[in-house]
Design a protein around this ligand. Structure first.
Ligand code: NAD
Length: 366
């Protein structure tokens, strides 16, 4: 069996800083577990534009198609704001998502006990929260035709079209059912079938796919009620599957239940490759944070937890993923905090690399 392969694209701003901590974690697994990752590193975003004149080279794209998983830091920064649209750092990320056809975006919302007071909701509503939102990422109203701003009579009209084919709904539903099978076997599908035909079809197709997953308890909820329930009683959910537009909003709302942007990982999955595992890109939800870049202040946990997702979904190493998440939890319980996790507290924050070292130390005892 060849070694599992990873393409690392640190990107811009705090991307390289947080990714350096992930490299320590990867090395720790190489030294302490029966796995050796083949790691290749390349450029994406502004740094790729500065070096090669493009936000992602064809060579980097080709590597991304070949490896078992891509890990990305963050892209962008004020330096690149005036570039042509096609050269903007974000185009590198969009190219990866498009050419790898990553249609299922997984956004976990997990509330570590030590940070429960950080949420804007009451502790008992969020403590122990552990849910995942699966958002369809490559279709729906952000891509449907016709679209544009057009003349109609003596005024302009802005048009976007919500459009889903059966196969697009089927494949993202299957990703969500597969995920539910690995978790608590509960899936809630959200749409607006009361007012949208695309929602009626969504509900029909998800119900049909459910026949292949009889162990999973499927429920349906209108997406507006879903938003309400997410802030009222989020722990009622396990896995949620929804379309691109509703998923965009619901996953942001759910993410904020847990506190800091520096804590949030994500995965974007595509169709299964020859080895049966999905094409996959893992990245923290946060951006390149130019306001703190280069100062050693960034919280590396979102990026480290993104690697934990890779261990689980791309490398079938669920126990190692749990060990890594447990190490993060242990470190937070000890009171180790980067600046973003301190709030009003008068404690001294640790640096990005000190947080990484603390997680490695906790892994050592896992
Ligand atoms: P951002 O996520 O970079 O930062 C928002 C705020 O959160 C900032 O105050 C930042 O300091 C803080 N923050 C973010 N991540 C943190 C971390 N790990 N630890 C501590 N604090 C953290 O969003 P923004 O400021 O709107 O965007 C900055 C740049 O990043 C822009 O160029 C934007 O286009 C880009 N961006 C990229 C991605 C991506 O690469 N996926 C996502 C969002 C934004």
């Amino acid at each position: 069996m060849p070694n599992p392969s990873i393409l690392i694209l640190p990107g811009d701003g705090i991307g390289p800083e947080v990714m350096a901590e992930v490299r320590k974690v990867i090395d720790w697994f190489g030294a302490n577990r029966d796995v050796n990752f083949d790691v290749i590193e390349d450029l994406v975003g502004g740094i790729s534009y500065d070096t090669h004149g493009t936000p992602l080279t064809d060579a980097a794209m080709e590597q991304a198609q070949k490896v078992d998983a891509v890990l990305l830091g963050a892209v962008g920064g004020p330096k690149y704001d005036k570039l042509d649209f096609a050269m903007k750092p974000e185009r590198g990320l969009l190219r990866l998502r498009k050419e790898m056809d990553l249609f299922a975006n997984l956004r976990p919302a997990q509330c570590f006990d030590a940070l429960a007071d950080f949420s804007s909701l009451k502790r008992d509503v969020v403590a122990g929260l552990d849910i995942v939102i699966v958002r369809e990422l490559t279709s729906g109203v952000y891509f449907g035709e016709p679209r544009g701003i057009m003349e109609e009579g003596n005024e302009r009209v802005g048009i976007n079209t919500q459009r889903y084919t059966e196969s697009e709904i089927d494949r993202v539903a299957r990703s969500a059912f597969e995920l539910a099978m690995r978790r608590n076997r509960k899936l809630c599908s959200m749409e607006k079938s009361n007012v949208m035909e695309s929602g009626v079809l969504w509900r029909e197709v998800v119900t049909e796919v459910a026949k292949d997953y009889p162990e999973v308890e499927l429920t349906h909820m209108l997406a507006d009620n879903g938003a309400m329930q997410l802030v009222r009683k989020p722990k009622q959910f396990d896995v949620i599957v929804t379309d691109n537009l509703f998923g965009d909003m619901l996953s942001d709302a759910a993410a904020m239940l847990t506190g800091s942007l520096g804590m949030l990982p994500s995965a974007s999955l595509g169709a299964p490759m020859e080895n049966g595992r999905p094409k996959a890109l893992y990245e923290p939800v946060h951006g390149s944070a130019p306001d703190i870049a280069g100062q050693g202040k960034a919280n590396p946990i979102a990026c480290i937890l993104s690697f934990a997702m890779a261990l689980r979904y791309s490398f079938d190493r669920g126990d190692d993923a749990l060990a890594l998440e447990g190490a993060v939890e242990a470190v937070l319980a000890q009171g180790v905090r980067t600046a973003d996790l301190l709030g009003e507290e008068g404690r001294e924050p640790v640096s990005t690399s000190e947080m990484g070292d603390a997680i490695i130390a906790a892994l050592g005892t896992a």
